[in-house]
Design a protein around this ligand. Structure first.
Ligand code: PLP
Length: 419
């Protein structure tokens, strides 16, 4: 590729009119969500255990869509993870493997059920590195939480094999990957349980909300008990297979259910658009010189909401980011020192410092815990190195293919000059 004068050096920028900003779920809100919420308000039935419940209908719609037996709507993705972990039997004394690159809620949900998070390296897929997962397994390990960051499938097959070999449970954190698939199966239906977040930033949204997915009735039932201490009152007694227990209340309202139903109906339309954008971007991207593309284990199942490139070294990554900005493409390294991005374990202060809500030091000092997990801010050097060199780009519902191609053209230009 011939070198053109970079905009940062006084050349003409590739992108002159700007790439449209926008999101996924929130950007497609229209009269359908407004009508659905209005109908709930007019009915004055806002409680989820009402006749013709929107929450129940959303749960059923989600089960049918992704092909899973049971689902449970809750009020957030964090709550969904807590319910999944309760469902698969994680509690005091148990260690749970989580990636060093995920929203802090993944680790916090483990603490929430009394378990101890074990922070593990990612690889160039920006998801869990199966080799490091094996290294982190101890006699206390109970479960693994693979996370599908920014809509990209993790190496779930490799992780399932490890889990099988060591008799561990798998809870898929699909909060950022609703509608993503792996080798034809929807993510969240591969492990023992999966969690969606319906918060504002997700593929589909209800403003807030979450969903537990599972094929295992026992996991579903425990999740349900974990989500509402009064659940045994709402469920029919003939449904229970084990004695009810009490935990927290994560019940969603009918308003959330009504929005979620409409948004689920739009999910495949959203994903068709974002996948088209990412395809256009990748088809325009030249053979790289100074970077490698993020490894995507199953490109077909990728939600297409993001793309990442991993530059040879961190200084170069900063130069690429500055040069791209001058070309009209906003990009930052995923890990800028000093910017406390809670998606990077280094900034999970409450976890790394083992802060407890109680003087007993629960869960790290729980008498049931026999392990000795230690944390430090540099404990996952590979993760910090990859994130320090990664540049991430997003695709949204206001963009067209030409914008995605312009993004690739800007990267091609900068790579030809600096790579
Ligand atoms: C990977 C991941 N896990 C869990 C969560 C928690 O979801 P919520 O904010 O709905 O509790 C998020 C939310 O951003 C997330 O990105």
């Amino acid at each position: 590729m011939s070198k053109e004068k970079l905009a940062i050096d006084g050349g003409s920028p590739v992108i002159t009119e700007g790439i449209p900003g926008g999101m996924h779920g929130p950007t497609v809100i229209d009269h359908q969500e407004i009508d659905a919420v209005t109908a709930v308000l007019k009915s004055q039935k806002l409680f989820r255990f009402c006749e013709n419940s929107n929450v129940a209908a959303f749960e059923q719609q989600a089960c049918e869509h992704v092909g899973v037996k049971h689902s449970l709507m809750v009020n957030s993705g964090t709550s969904a993870l807590v319910c999944c972990l309760t469902g698969v039997g994680v509690g005091p004394g148990d260690e749970v493997i989580v990636p060093g690159y995920t929203y802090i809620s993944t680790a916090a949900s483990v603490v929430g059920v009394g378990g101890v998070p074990v922070i593990t390296e990612i690889d160039e897929s920006l998801g869990l590195d199966p080799k490091d997962v094996e290294k982190k397994i101890t006699p206390y390990t109970k479960a693994i939480i693979p996370v599908y960051m920014q809509g990209v499938p993790a190496r779930i097959n490799a992780i399932m094999e490890i889990a099988k070999k060591h008799n561990l449970k798998v809870v898929e954190d699909c909060c950022q990957c609703i509608g993503g698939r792996y080798k034809g199966k929807y993510v969240g239906t591969i492990g023992n349980a999966g969690a969606w977040s319906l918060n504002y930033y997700k593929v589909i949204t209800a403003g807030e909300g979450g969903l537990v997915l599972t094929d295992e009735y026992e996991v579903y039932e425990k999740s349900a008990f974990a989500s509402d201490p009064a659940m045994p009152m709402w469920m029919s007694e003939s449904e229970w297979q084990s004695p009810p227990f009490s935990r927290q209340c994560y019940r969603p309202s009918e308003v959330l259910g009504a929005i979620a139903r409409v948004q689920l109906g739009k999910m495949e339309t959203i994903l068709t658009h974002t996948r088209k954008l990412k395809k256009a971007f990748l088809s325009e991207l030249a053979e790289p010189k100074g970077y490698v593309r993020q490894h995507v284990d199953d490109p077909e199942g990728d939600c297409g909401i993001s793309a990442a490139i991993i530059i040879r070294d961190q200084d170069m990554a900063h130069s690429y980011a500055e040069a791209l900005r001058a070309e009209g493409l906003g990009a930052g390294t995923a890990y800028n020192d000093g910017f406390p991005d809670r998606h990077i374990y280094k900034y999970w202060d409450s976890i790394l410092d083992k802060n407890s809500h109680h003087p007993t030091g629960y869960p790290w000092k729980d008498p049931a815990y026999m392990g000795n997990v230690e944390y430090s801010r540099d404990m996952c050097p590979v993760t910090l190195s990859i994130l320090g060199r990664a540049l991430r780009f997003g695709f949204n519902m206001n963009m067209e293919e030409e914008h995605a191609k312009l993004m690739a053209a800007a990267i091609n230009k900068v790579d030809a000059a600096l790579g």
